[in-house]
Structures are given as C-alpha cells and as structure tokens.
Write a protein that binds this ligand. Structure first.
Ligand code: NM2
Length: 532
C-alpha cells in the first residue's frame, strides 16, 4: 500500500546523485574543494548576470501583477476573510523563509564589505563603513523577497482559485507545459528543485553549524573541531526530524512561536543595552543610501575593475534565495488563503524586507560600533579565527553574556529547525505520487537526515566559498523554472479570463435571445388580438 504512494524514480535519482556528489568530495576534500571553487567562479562569471536580471525582472513583474488587473484576484471564495491575521501570516512567512543565516550574516556581513568594499572604495574609509552597513540590507531586501514570492503567485492561484492540489513544482508549471508535467520534463523540474533545496541546505547548515559550535565552545571551553561540528549537526538534525515527524501543525507552529519570542527578546535587548542612537542613526542612513542606489546595486557587474564583488556577493545571494524560492513559494501560497494576490505580494515584499532590515540594522551596527570604538577587534578576530568565532565574540560582549550567548545559540538551533522541518516535509511530498494529508513519516525522516549529508561534507572540506558554491551550482536550473512559473501564471489567468469572457458573452446572448423571443411572442399576441 505504502509502496504505491512512492514515486521511486524521483526518490532514487535524487538520493543517488546526492550520494554520488558527497562520497568523492568526502574522499578527496582538497581536490573537491578546488573543483568546487573553480566551478563556482565559472558559474558566477558566465551566468551571473542572468541572476541579476532575474532578480530585478521578478521584482518589476510582481509589481505589475500586484497593481495590474490580476492583483485583485481573491485567493479563495469572494468575500472570504484571510485565514491568518497579518501578524501570524508575516511571522510564519519569516520563519519559513529565514534560517539561522540571518544571525550569521546580520552580525558579520558588514565586516567583509568593510575590508573589501564595493565601487572601488578605500577599505575602512567612512564611505566603506556606510556601504558596509547597507549592502547586507540590500542582499536581504525587496529584490530578494521578490525572488521568494514569485513561485507563490502561480502556486497560490492554482491552489486557491483553480482548486488544484499543488505539492510539486512541476504541477505549478502545468498551465504552460501541459501534459509534459506528467512526463520527463515534469520529473526533471521536481528533481532539479530538490537538488536546489539540498544545495541550499548545504549552504545554510554549513554556515550555521560552526556558529553554534563556536557558541558551545565559548560556553564550555571545549575546543572547536570538526567533531564538535558533526555533533551539533546531528543534534540539530534530530530536532528538526522530530519536528518533521510530529507533523507540520504541531512541530512547526510551536517552534515558530518560540522563534518569534526569542528573536524579539534578543533584538530588543541589544538595541536597548547597546548604542541605541548609533544603531538607529546608522539604520536610517542605510535606508536612505539603499533607496538612492537600489537600481545601481541591482545591476552592478563591475565589468572594468573586475573586483569580483558582484559575483562573490550579489550573484551568490540571488542564487541562494533562488534555490529556496519554490519551497518558500509553496509555503507562502498555502498560508495566503483569503488574501488577494496583491496583498500576498506586497505583504511578502514589505514584511520580509522590514524583518530582515531590523536584524541587519541591530546586529550589524552593534558589531560595527564595537569595532569603531575599539571595544572588540571584530575584523582581526574574523581574519584570525574565522566568522563563527567573531560572531560569538560579538555576542559575548553583551551584558549577561552567560545568558545571551546560549540564547543566541538556541535561537540559531530553532531557526535551523523551523526551516528544515518544512524542507524535509516538502522533499518527502515531492518523492510521493500520492500524499494523503501528510507525506509518509519514514519518508519525512529520511529527507531530514539526507538534508544534513551535503553540509557535513562541505564543512569537512571547509571554506566560505565552498559553502556558497552549493547554492550557486544548484541555482542555474532554477532560473529556467522561475521563467516557466511566470509563463504558467500568465497563461492560467489569461485562459481563465478568456473562459470568463466567453461565459459572460454566452450568458449575454442567451439573455438577449430570451428577450427577443419574449418580444416576438408579445408582438405576435398583439397582432392576433388586433386581427380578432
Ligand atoms: N536566504 C534567505 O539560511 C537561511 O537563513 C535560509 C537564506 C536565502 C539567504 C535562507
């Protein structure tokens, strides 16, 4: 019975390729690392501009949809109220789409830009500091959230308006690719989507795990090591597989609520006990700088100086958002019942951006303050001991550090769990032909553990570039899938609009016909009367 539910082809191909990538990389880490870096350079150098165009294109496409005539389409029955309040909707959206990386990059991203600034600025100069505090907000800003929101539009339309059960991306492409969704093309789309998610997990868990290890090391004195990383990864995996096992409703809801409470406590605490005015002034300044330059930043390729900044950062980021996007899109679509397409799009862009901006402004500027005022040499720690240690050292400067550092680590663990319990759920759903209520339990557990294989190997190889590569390499097919999703949405609404026009015309002519008949009968009756 269970075997009939499984889509063994998708399941086996994805898992076999995953193993075929992990084993050689684990056996030959040095060569593997070199190859990954070379591949990443080649990809961003050659295809990077397509990520940039896709980012800005998707942003304007969504604005066109939101404010055009499709924006008012209701995702549900006419008059239906939203299934979730805007607050719960926004917090669920945030928890699903954002993992522990926001704690990582929110605290340390500026330091990379401070040392190697964009636009040929002098490292460490005043301008470099202002841009350093701003670029992270851009990389987690409206363009990025547009990439997240795009798949939600066709999925939500098909799911709530056409009432089709969409659990797979191939299903969302059906209006455009037709029956091919059931054939090889459909399978390829689903498998590539799964690779994307596995690559995305490689980057996220590969970054998040050493950060938690650094926190544990600071608290307990156990030295940081690959063994400690593996231990942490296993614990995190057990937590999110347990959450995936116990079902979306219970596990994810509980963890998401905890996440919001702890985040609120941490950020408010840093803002209040930290340099409040400096943080607020820097934040305000960054918003201005960003609004003034967003188009320039979106399409900056640095073709003459070739500093590598756009490739290393913006192109990497867009690919990282892209590999998560179908998964987050499925989630946004599900929770948006009762909203209009415009509310869903603008809500995602606005709330997502505000949420990330708050993190970057508070965490980043607190760390910048420590550096500029010689309270903590963040940059030297970054260079000498790496980003995870630098991040934990920043948190360790807070009052009540004995509580704040563990709180930071717990928050990171919960953030990872809320992203990956739903990832395991979606991966399991894609590898089944039939899903009754939830995907099979063993299947969910299986993917929860499979998700941590690639990060394990990538951490073994080491290096930030290696981790970034996992997302960069798996993102390219997602560019095409995103285009298919755009075309599918446009085709589906146009088809339905045409049907509506035809139906309205039919109704008009039927009414017209009845009116003519009635008139005819009336005049015939009149003539008969006269003749008599
Ligand atoms: N994004 C938002 O690791 C995470 O926080 C998951 C990362 C794509 C940069 C999402």
């Amino acid at each position: 019975m269970q075997a009939k539910k499984m889509d063994w082809i998708t399941f086996t191909i994805t898992f076999v390729v995953l193993i075929a990538v992990c084993i050689p990389l684990g056996l030959y880490p040095e060569k593997g690392g070199e190859m990954l870096t070379a591949a990443s350079k080649f990809f961003t150098n050659t295809f990077g501009i397509s990520y940039l165009w896709l980012g800005i294109g998707v942003f304007f496409f969504l604005l066109w949809v939101a404010y055009g005539r499709y924006g008012t389409i209701k995702l549900g029955e006419p008059g239906e109220r939203p299934a979730f309040s805007t607050f719960s909707w926004a917090s669920m959206l945030f928890c699903a789409g954002i993992g522990a990386s926001i704690l990582y990059w929110g605290t340390i991203e500026w330091a990379y830009y401070y040392e190697s600034p964009p636009f040929g600025l002098q490292p460490g100069s005043t301008e470099a500091i202002e841009w350093a505090a701003t670029y992270g907000i851009f990389h987690w800003g409206p363009t990025a959230w547009a990439i997240y929101c795009l798949p939600a539009v066709p999925i939500a339309y098909l799911y709530h308006v056409r009432k089709k059960p969409v659990l797979k991306i191939s299903e969302a492409c059906r209006p455009f690719i037709g029956k091919a969704a059931d054939g090889i093309l459909g399978k390829m789309i689903d498998i590539l989507f799964m690779f994307g998610l596995l690559g995305a997990a490689g980057t996220t868990l590969g970054l998040g795990t050493p950060m938690i290890s650094a926190g544990i090391s600071k608290m307990t004195g156990i030295p940081e090591s690959f063994g400690l990383n593996i231990g942490v990864l296993l614990i995190v995996t057990i937590i999110f597989s347990f959450s995936a096992y116990s079902g979306l409703q219970k596990g994810i809801k509980w963890l998401s609520d905890m996440n919001m409470v702890l985040t609120f406590l941490l950020l408010t605490f840093i803002l209040v006990v930290g340099p409040t005015l400096f943080i607020l002034k820097m934040g305000t300044n960054s918003v201005g700088l960003l609004l003034d330059n967003i188009l320039r930043m979106s399409l900056w390729t640095d073709p003459i100086t070739k500093s590598g900044f756009p490739e290393r950062w913006t192109m990497f980021y867009w690919s990282w958002w892209l590999v998560y996007s179908p998964f987050v899109g499925l989630f946004i679509a599900r929770i948006s019942r009762g909203r209009t397409i415009r509310q869903m799009i603008i809500g995602t862009l606005v709330w997502g951006t505000i949420g990330c901006t708050v993190y970057f402004v508070i965490l980043g500027n607190y760390a910048i303050y420590l550096q500029l005022n010689d309270i903590l040499p963040v940059l030297s720690i970054l260079q000498e001991s790496g980003a995870p240690t630098a991040i934990i050292s920043v948190m360790n400067t807070l009052p009540f550090n004995k509580i704040m550092v563990p709180l930071f680590c717990i928050l990171a663990i919960i953030f990872l769990a809320t992203t990956f319990d739903s990832s395991a759920y979606v991966l399991a759903a894609v590898t089944q032909k039939r899903v009754d209520n939830d995907p099979l339990r063993w299947n969910r557990m299986f993917w929860a553990f499979a998700l941590s294989l690639l990060p394990m190997v990538l951490m073994f190889i080491g290096g930030l570039e290696t981790l970034q590569t996992a997302s960069i390499l798996t993102a390219l097919p997602l560019v095409f899938i995103t285009l298919l999703l755009i075309l599918s949405f446009v085709k589906a609404v146009q088809q339905d609009e045409k049907k509506k026009v035809v139906a309205e015309r039919k109704m008009f002519w039927e009414a017209e016909n009845t009116r003519i008949q009635a008139k005819k009968r009336h005049s015939e009756a009149g003539m008969e009367k006269k003749a008599r």
